[in-house]
Design a protein around this ligand. Structure first.
Ligand code: GLN
Length: 284
């Protein structure tokens, strides 16, 4: 092999970045690096100290495979199998939505209503990241995560394994198979209007579970069901906190008001967009 053909870490990384750029991947340099880190176990300092070394053949093959997948717009987190949320690392696969940073404000809102000992229900739990993050912060609380997808529940249970008995999971279409009463109900339901899904990034529209995104015609389908049914599962004075799309604050707030919730709050995410609505179950 001539010297020019040597596949050094540096040359492999540089061509990987170019390749991802050509595929239209937004953050090509970051993703190429993260895949290299994932495949080789290197960190920045070991990379810089060894960047002119030849890359291990097996690792190179594996890197090429993953790069091609990323080039076809499969989200990075599905390739590495993990995503960070609220300071914790979660297992993810194509059966669950990748946790979004925007959703951390939902966890914050939920935590503001908990002091210890409460029971929490997380509807459409997906990867279980919301319930797990909440219970991680509140050692005295217990919770149930519900989802219609058995594949999602498997991942959620894995993610919550460290919490032991404090986290339970149930397969349920919203409240259908949920039992008991709760101090706090939290949910990040599907809320994208069906028509808008086609306009989303290929990573989202082609690879994340449609069932976790599609809020039907006006995007509010699941809020209507959750807001009216939650009353039957909330204790008096309990809170309902839901994530919303940036343009749904007013509508979801009104739905909650009409159903008799009080103390309504619309909270913004770090980008300054409406992201959470919460309210308290008042007497009808
Ligand atoms: N926030 C997600 C997105 O923008 C949607 C999440 C949802 O529908 N619950 O893709």
């Amino acid at each position: 092999m001539t010297d020019a053909n040597r596949k050094t870490l540096k040359s492999v990384l540089e061509s990987a970045i170019l390749y991802l750029q050509e595929c239209g991947i937004e953050d090509a340099a970051r993703d190429a690096w993260l895949l290299m880190e994932y495949v080789s176990g290197m960190n920045h300092s070991t990379y810089y100290a060894n960047s002119s070394d030849e890359m291990d053949r097996g690792q190179y093959q594996r890197f090429r495979e993953l790069l091609e997948k990323r080039g076809s717009h499969i989200p990075l987190q599905y390739l590495t199998g993990e995503a960070w949320f609220y300071g914790l690392c979660f297992h993810v696969n194509e059966h669950v939505l990748i946790p979004r940073q925007d959703t951390e404000v939902l966890v914050e809102e939920a935590l503001s209503h908990l002091s210890g000992g409460e029971r929490i229900l997380d509807l459409c739990t997906g990867s279980g990241c919301i319930l797990t993050a909440i219970l991680h912060e509140t050692p005295g609380c217990t919770g149930t995560g519900a989802d219609i997808s058995p594949e999602a529940l498997e991942i959620a249970a894995e993610n919550a394994a460290e919490l032991g008995e404090r986290a339970q999971f149930v397969k349920s279409d919203l409240f259908r198979d949920v039992e008991g009463s709760y101090d706090l109900i939290v949910s990040n339901p599907p809320y994208i209007r069906t028509q808008v899904i086609e306009e989303l990034m290929p990573e989202v529209k082609d690879h994340e579970p449609r069932i976790a995104l599609d809020g039907k015609e006006d995007g509010l389908y699941f809020y209507r069901r959750i807001i009216s049914d939650a009353r039957g599962y909330l204790k008096e004075g309990g809170y309902l906190c839901v994530e919303i799309g940036y343009d749904q604050g007013q509508e979801v707030r009104e739905l909650m008001e009409q159903s008799g919730y009080t103390d309504l709050v619309v909270r913004r995410d770090l980008s300054g967009l409406d992201r959470v609505v919460s309210g308290r179950k008042g007497p009808v």
